[in-house]
Write a new protein. Structure first.
Length: 273
């Protein structure tokens, strides 16, 4: 090598930040932006403080409810209703979804009716459930279960129908029939669609919760919403909305973690970094 030539220096190592840390920080951008716009709207007095309280006023309302023992019981009541309703709706949806997806005669028998019922708005069921089931917990849980049922059912039927026909034929060649074929072939192959349906069903359960708690509820976040409206407390209304959002996101995150763990064998595209 000539003396006038300079030896190339190795490039410095690239610093790689943890993807999880970047994703977590990115997820806070929109909430912080909304919080800033909210505080700006309060400072500019676009609405009165009675109509649009400041974020700190909402936190103070939460402390007030906690001090008098109303916050945690109402949150737990809503969580319990969603958990029971979602669980019951998901179990029924899995049973019917597997039956409809696997059998054309069952699809011809049940499919059109279930598709028609899916189009009925949630509030349309409220007066009928009150008339049939009274004003206790049963109509509330039934309405939430109904909301959770259809996303799970629809996604599972679609997932079963998208299974490679050769897998079913191989299972039958090995003597699998009925429940054994469902357990060994249909459920594992359709599980990604089922997991999506379970998450969508959980989101629907939280949506139907508010409609359910319109049925003469004396506790729950839906009750706090109505109580805040009747008493003119916008801070309690916003607190209830924020709690619903946080609980919905938290439960969806738990399901998503479970889904990733159960589907770690699946080599699917997860988006670009």
């Amino acid at each position: 090598m000539a003396s006038g030539e300079s030896r190339a220096e190795p490039a410095p190592p690239r610093v790689r930040l943890p993807i999880a840390g970047i994703g977590g920080a990115r997820a806070l951008i929109v909430p912080l932006l909304i919080l800033a716009l909210w505080q700006l709207a309060v400072n500019r007095e676009f609405y009165s403080r009675g109509q649009l309280p400041a974020p700190l006023d909402v936190i103070a309302a939460g402390r007030e409810l906690q001090d008098i023992g109303l916050l945690v019981p109402n949150v737990l009541a809503s969580v319990e209703r969603v958990g029971i309703g979602w669980g019951v709706g998901a179990v029924v949806a899995i049973i019917l979804g597997l039956a409809v997806g696997f059998s054309r005669p069952v699809e011809g028998l049940l499919g059109p009716t279930l598709d028609a019922l899916r189009a009925v708005p949630s509030l349309a069921w409220v007066p009928l459930f009150v008339l049939w089931l009274g004003i206790g917990e049963t109509p509330k849980l039934t309405l939430i279960a109904l909301g959770a049922f259809f996303p799970v059912y629809t996604n599972l039927v679609s997932g079963v129908r998208q299974i490679d026909r050769k897998l079913v034929e191989v299972g039958r060649a090995y003597g699998l029939r009925g429940w054994s074929l469902t357990r060994e072939i249909l459920l594992p192959a359709a599980f990604p669609s089922l997991a999506t349906g379970l998450r969508l069903g959980l989101a629907q359960a939280w949506l139907f919760l508010v409609a359910a708690e319109l049925i003469a509820a004396s506790r729950g976040l839906g009750f706090l919403l109505i109580d805040g409206q009747n008493s003119g407390r916008a801070d309690i209304i916003l607190l209830s909305i924020l709690l619903l959002a946080l609980l919905g996101k938290g439960t969806d995150w738990l399901l998503a973690r479970g889904e990733r763990r159960l589907l770690r064998w699946s080599d699917t595209f997860r988006g670009t970094a």
